[in-house]
Design a protein around this ligand. Sequence first.
Ligand code: G3H
Ligand code: 13P
Ligand code: ZN
Length: 311
Amino acid sequence: MAMVTTKEMFQKAYDGGYAIGAFNVNNMEIIQGITEAAKDLSAPLILQVSSGARKYANHTYLMKLIEAAVIETGLPIAVHLDHGDTFELCKSCIDGGFTSVMIDGSHHSYEDNVKLTKQVVEYAHDHGVVVEGELGRLEGVEDDVKVEAGQGSYTDPAQVQDFVTRTGVDSLAIAIGTSHGAYKFKPGTKPQLRFDILEDVSKRLPGFPIVLHGASSVIPEFVEMINKYGGNMPDAIGVPEDMLRQAARMAVCKINIDSDLRLAMTGTIRKCFAEHPEQFDPRQYLKPAREAIKDMVAHKIVDVLGCNGKA
Ligand code: G3H
Ligand code: 13P
Ligand code: ZN
């Protein structure tokens, strides 16, 4: 199996009522933890790279690590640019072997978003690469962009048909109340997502794959671990997993998860340091961190995404 686009994955996921996990990767242990879980469960996979991850780890290192994962697992794996913000960045990832890119024009006016997205689609399609666009604006932090609480906006279903037709995008990220990072809902309030918007969008775009960003559930076990071992994240709250499962049964074919990986890794490493202050071999704490990622991703594949056995 080689690196693949998301085209076939999304078609099968849409028809089968499940979603593919799109996990953010930054280093070898994260890639290994995710891909080992997917291999054990025979799950299709999207590994996504933000521009920050690309700056941190270098394009070539990440590509070679992902190539190694394809060889080791034999799985269909899509390599996706997460939150591309310029044509030049998308072009560089396409030229460098990514199979899928996101052009996130959601911070621009509607017309500028259409123009930029269309430009990326034309280049990507000429090179056999698929494109994810975004309509609506999520709150939270992604790379250098911070959307303050109250400054986000839900996707307007009345715009989606026009946007997809004029740009030619292959999938669409929408805003229905999720947000980036570990603080998604106010403590003491009941998390809510606008499933009515998702329903309306899917009626207007029959058979079209929808993407959910900001979809970490901020697993309490890892937040507790971080707080127990010297961290300070008391108000971290994520998207309840039953809501993600419901979205995966609907038109959502791609569910983005980054914060849960960070929490699993950081919680486990904090615990290791606290319990074994004498350790100084990085393998001693990166190995359990990689195991924690593997277990967490296996849980997502089976209990949230429903894509086990679908590779
Ligand atoms: O949506 C953003 C992802 O969590 C990536 O985060 O840009 O800090 O790598 P990053
Ligand atoms: P989380 O912060 O909820 O993990 O969202 C990640 C994401 O949407 C990456 O694009
Ligand atoms: Zn995102």
